[in-house]
Design a protein around this ligand. Structure first.
Ligand code: NDP
Ligand code: CA
Length: 318
């Protein structure tokens, strides 16, 4: 019998207009083919990875928080699960598969994994979708991103939301950094295009969700934190000094040992958005001695959920 879902509470981090909150979820859901066929989570019973049951835990995690925007990585059941189920719940979506997904090397795979982006069309009008294959040193890589330009129906304001999943593993820090620079370049160009089309006089605000596969000490993190786009990382607001990322966003045990890292981020334009609340991470005790995934949590990465609201535009510097 499965234990109960991990109980997590929202921590209030600001006092923006709660009526116009935009709830955003960032989550690497763990590709079914990788979880069963590649990852070797040695403390996780194979039973707990059975798709017929695991898919309900993934849906439960999403529906518990009912985000207005959902950014997912490692989606290898888009067409037969995420898209149809979330469409029936009112979400519009886009899927960008990895060109050479490692899922394809797993026997009985369900197709490539990739990034997926879902949003509530009652709240947002889709202005444009861009699918990117990230480049590094002029070469195309195996990593992708989706940039969606949306207009908030209530406020009329346009903004861009992005989902990405950078190259994994240690030894690939330089490639990740180059992928990050390519994404920043593309964000600048899409944001500029939307600003022109919208005849806006302020820059188009951005939200960038990703499994960056990089600790905060890596160049790619620093490049995002210091870029001219004015991005800040929402989960730092959970820390007492407001400057420190959480101690973990992924925690698993492989044959090589335990791996506990902060790799997942929600970046936002700090000039344009307030962060009203952030979903706290589960404690070490809640995660349990066998870490993730487990019978009560379906992925090795934790979901990140943030409530944003637009700052008063008359107070935003141009
Ligand atoms: P990445 O290195 O980015 O990793 C791919 C996935 O593996 C990620 O989802 C990652 O999860 C997961 N992963 C990370 N560490 C481990 C680990 N120690 N054990 C198991 N899984 C792990 O992969 P690429 O996209 O660069 O693709 C690499 C693979 O893709 C190759 O091994 C090959 O199989 C295939 N490939 C095939 C090509 C071809 O020509 N046929 C070309 C390119 C790739 P997370 O992000 O959660 O850490
Ligand atoms: Ca993974």
């Amino acid at each position: 019998k499965r234990p109960a879902q991990l109980q997590r509470a929202f921590v209030q981090t600001g006092h923006g207009d709660a009526r116009q909150t935009i709830r955003v979820m960032q989550w690497n859901v763990l590709a079914q083919a990788l979880g069963e066929g590649m990852d070797s989570f040695v403390q996780c019973p194979m039973d707990a990875l059975n798709w017929a049951e695991r898919k309900y835990l993934i849906l439960q995690e999403i529906l518990t928080y009912r985000p207005d925007i959902i950014c997912l990585q490692e989606v290898d059941h888009y067409f037969d699960m995420f898209q149809p189920i979330l469409a029936s719940l009112g979400y519009q979506s886009s899927f960008c598969p990895k060109p050479w997904s490692p899922c394809l090397d797993v026997e009985n795979n369900n197709g490539p994994d990739g990034c997926a982006l879902f949003f509530n069309p009652k709240r947002f009008q889709l202005l444009n979708t861009t699918h990117l294959r990230l480049s590094a040193m002029m070469l195309k890589t195996n990593q992708v991103a989706i940039i969606a330009a949306l207009r908030c129906q209530a406020t009329g304001r346009a903004f861009c939301v992005t989902v990405t999943h950078l190259k994994a593993r240690s030894g690939w820090e330089v490639l990740r950094s180059a992928q990050g620079l390519d994404l920043l370049r593309n964000l600048r160009s899409v944001a500029h295009r939307i600003k022109t089309e919208e005849k806006a006089d302020t820059n188009v605000p951005l939200i960038v969700c990703g499994d960056f596969n990089a600790e905060p000490s890596e160049d790619v993190y620093r490049n995002f934190a210091t870029s001219s786009l004015g991005l800040d990382s929402a989960y730092k607001l959970l820390s007492t000094d407001g400057k420190t990322e959480p101690p973990y966003t992924t925690w698993k045990i492989r044959p090589s040992g335990e791996s506990c890292h902060t790799l997942d981020y929600v970046w936002y334009s700090h000039r344009a958005f307030d962060v009203n609340a952030v979903l706290d991470l589960p404690t070490v005790e809640q995660i349990g001695p066998n870490r993730l995934p487990s019978y009560n949590y379906p992925s090795d990465h934790l979901s990140l959920v943030c409530d944003f609201s637009f700052k008063d535009p008359t107070l935003v510097s141009k």
